[in-house]
Structure formats: C-alpha cells, structure tokens
Ligand binder design. Sequence first.
Ligand SMILES: Cc1cc2nc3c(=O)[nH]c(=O)nc-3n(C[C@H](O)[C@H](O)[C@H](O)COP(=O)(O)O)c2cc1C
Length: 189
Amino acid sequence: MSRFVLGVTGASGIIYATRTAMYLQRFGHEVTLLVTHPGKQVLEYEEQKELYGYCKEVCNVDDFFAECASGSADYVGMAVVPCSMGTLGRIAAGTSDNLLVRAADVCLKECRRLVIVPREMPYNLIHIENMKRVALAGAVVVPASPQFYSKPKSIEELVDTVVAKILKLLGVDAEQVATIVKPWGNSCE
Ligand SMILES: Cc1cc2nc3c(=O)[nH]c(=O)nc-3n(C[C@H](O)[C@H](O)[C@H](O)COP(=O)(O)O)c2cc1C
C-alpha cells in the first residue's frame, strides 16, 4: 500500500481524477484528496461527486496543518488532475498559497513524483513557459491527450488511456496498470 495526494482544480475533465482515484483504491492504495474552491464547483457541474468515495481522506485546501503540507509525511507522489492554468502558474511560481499548491511544492522539494495533467486549449505562451518551468523542476507534464489506437468503446475507456499513463508515472505496479489498458504490442488483434 502506498499513499498518494490527488489534487483537483477548476479545469474541465474531473472524470480523469475520479477514475485515477478509483483505480488507486482498487489497487490497494490510499488517496488524500485536495480540491480547490473552483474545483469543487466544476466537480459538481461535471457530476463527479463519486470521486469523494474513492478517497481515504479529503483535506480542506486552506488547511496548512494537513499532513501533506509537510515533507515528513510518507506520501510517494502526487497527481494534479485536471490542472487549471491558474494552478499550473501557482506551482510554477512556487506560491504555496493553498494546500494543493503547497503539497505540489513539497513533492518537488522532496524529489517525489509529481504528475501534472494540464487542461486548456489552446495554450498561450505563459502556459507553455509554466509547463517548461515545472518540468525543469522535476514534474512530469502529462497532457490529457487520450489514445485512439486501442479503440476505446466508451468515454470511460477513452479516459482510462490517460489514467493508465498517470498511474504508471506515479509508480503503480505495471501489471496492475496493464489490466486497465494493454500496453502496445499486446493490444494488436
Ligand atoms: C465549467 C468550467 C470549466 C473550466 N475549464 C477550465 C480548463 O479546462 N482549464 C483552465 O485552466 N481553466 C478552466 N476553468 C477556469 C478555472 O476554473 C478558473 O481559472 C479557476 O480560477 C481555477 O482555479 P484553481 O486553479 O484554483 O482551481 C473552467 C471554469 C469552469 C466554470
């Protein structure tokens, strides 16, 4: 069992977070959920309240006394899914002005895996520069670009092509991840 932080922002695509948490729970891991205030509104709007049910705990983003605000807590990594351009900018600037941004900052300083899934279209130069900045600091930038060559038959299957990548980069067991989306080479008919 490993512990992960899952950060959710006010970007579209909360279903990516829901299914990331669902698989982490299914594979025996614990998820600490942090949702920004705009994130809560978009989560409700996109009808993803089931996300809460997959998480071990939900921390208030204003609570800097939470465990994940400290590098001494035993989290192995964090994913920000989906990541708004606002939160991307705050992580890139190191503002640590809410618990989600602080937890991401902690991941970078402790050299833990930080997976950032930006969601915006198109990107302006500020977005691109911020992605470059977090990548240079050690984060992995994983755009929500689903694959079609596995021939997904539903929105959930399409979403899972991105979720499998997130889980793999978080260090989840490759055999477990392969039960979600078969790696290339095993998926040929
Ligand atoms: C329905 C909805 C969808 C949104 N989608 C995006 C998006 O995909 N990417 C983005 O950067 N902002 C998006 N926004 C705007 C953000 O919610 C807004 O910039 C917010 O301040 C982000 O705050 P946060 O980073 O603290 O979550 C969306 C807003 C709404 C209401």
